[in-house]
Each structure stands twice: as C-alpha cells, then as structure tokens.
Write a protein that binds this ligand. Structure first.
Ligand SMILES: Nc1ncnc2c1ncn2[C@@H]1O[C@H](COP(=O)(O)OP(=O)(O)OP(=O)(O)O)[C@@H](O)[C@H]1O
Length: 228
C-alpha cells in the first residue's frame, strides 16, 4: 500500500530529514510512527502526500510511484489519503455538516449522495445529530471526530493521523483511538505519528521509530520507547 525504497530527503538548508529509508506498509495495517522531535516524522508524512519531493529513492502509494507523479495528478493522490491533524483544521464558518460535505463537493459528488453519506459518517464517529453546530460549539474530542469524518467521507484506502491526540486529555484520546481502530478494522490502512506513549504501548501495533532520518526500529508489535 505504501513503500519507501531507499528514500532520502535533503532540505535546501542541508538538513537530511530522511536518510535512505526503506519501509513497506501493507494494506490494512495500523502503524505508529514515533521518534524524537526533528526525527523526520512530518517529512515522512509529507512525502506520502507529495507535499515534499524526495531527493533520491522511490515512494509508492497504492501502486503508484508518486516520485514520478505529475503535479496535475497530485489531487488524485490526495483523494487516496485522508489526513487528520493535531489542531483539527476545521472551517470555522461552516457547520459540522458543511465541513464534511465540502470534502465531497470539491470532488464533484452530487447533493443527493452527500445528504445520504454525511449522516452515516457522523454516526460512525458518534456525532449523530450534531450536523448543524459550528466547530467552536464542540469540545476538542468532538472536533477531532469531525475531522476524522471529513478525512474518511470519500472512503480513502489510507488514513494519516499526525498527532491526532496531541491536544486531547487521555480519556478523550482513547475515544479517538477507538474510532481509528474501527476504521482500521473496516480495511483502511492507518499511519499515526504520535508522542503518546500510553497509546502506543497499549495498542500493541506495528511501531516504526525514526531517528535522525533513519529507521531506528520497526517492530511488528512495538512500544513507544522514549522518555518524553
Ligand atoms: N521545510 C524545511 N526546510 C528545512 N529543514 C526542514 C524543513 N522541514 C523540516 N526540516 C528539518 O528536517 C528535520 C526533520 O523534521 P521533521 O519536521 O520531519 O521532524 P519530526 O520528527 O516531524 O519532528 P516533530 O516531532 O517535532 O514534529 C528537522 O531537523 C527539521 O528542522
């Protein structure tokens, strides 16, 4: 589903953010990406979204070599990868329903389908009946649920979650993890970058640790393994 073959990324300032990275992630896996600050986690994620171009090596996403992908094709790549961020990134002037519907409108889905699908995804994330409220009327955990709903509404095969629990208390974080686990069990490949030790240690999933741009660990059932 995702493969990095000898991938290096050197930024213009000379920083080697990824240094000969080889990683293969199969369809349906749940993978944690951990590592100290500056280890290359964000660069790794941005590479999959083609927000950064690699310096050398090849990146495959859903059977496409995206290192060769024409800029014109990038929107199609992004449809295959839902993304959730620590800070939710919802549109403040749109309701919950409109935030999610917007993700369907921009790919040309007709309103009849949107009206049917949005309530279904709201039910999946446990927000039934919240379609008409605005993001600032919701708790952090609820906003993150909206952001997951928006990321999943077009049913991408891959979901990237970049520190999705970073702004949430432990109890709310676990509610979010339950939703991600449900989505994963339905077949979506999930990649989650995190600094949350408890979650990584309890979930017992594959853990890839990046350090200074290198894969320092890659364990089928791994642990967080840092003191921060
Ligand atoms: N646009 C950029 N230009 C130059 N250097 C960059 C750029 N983005 C990141 N870097 C550098 O590349 C290295 C890896 O950064 P990256 O953001 O990928 O790490 P990270 O593991 O995501 O860190 P954090 O946990 O703090 O988010 C760091 O040394 C960083 O300073």
């Amino acid at each position: 589903m995702i493969e990095f073959q000898n991938v290096s990324k050197k930024y213009d300032n000379g920083v080697m953010a990824l240094d000969n990275v080889n990683i293969k992630i199969e369809k349906g896996e749940f993978v944690f990406i951990v590592g100290p600050s500056g280890a290359g986690k964000s660069t790794f994620i941005k590479t999959i979204l083609k927000e950064v171009d690699v310096s050398t090596g090849k990146v495959w996403v859903d059977q496409t070599n995206i290192t060769r992908l024409h800029q014109r094709r990038v929107p199609y790549l992004r449809r295959k990868v839902g993304v959730v961020f620590q800070d939710f990134r919802l549109l403040p002037n749109k309701t919950v329903y409109e935030n999610i519907a917007f993700a369907m409108e921009i790919i040309g889905t007709n309103q009849r389908i949107i009206r049917k699908q949005v309530p279904m995804i709201l039910a999946l994330v446990g927000l039934m009946g919240k379609g008409n409220v605005y993001p600032n009327q919701l708790s952090g955990g609820e906003q993150q649920r909206v952001s997951i709903a928006r990321a999943m509404i077009n049913n991408p095969p891959i979901l990237i979650a970049d520190e999705p629990t970073g702004n949430l208390d432990p109890e709310t974080s676990w509610e979010i993890m339950k939703i991600l686990r449900t989505i994963n069990r339905r077949g979506t490949t999930i990649l989650m970058a995190t600094h949350d030790r408890e979650i990584v240690d309890i979930m017992r999933k594959r853990v890839i640790a990046l350090e200074k741009g290198n894969v320092a660990r890659d364990d089928k059932i791994g642990v967080y393994g840092y003191d921060d």
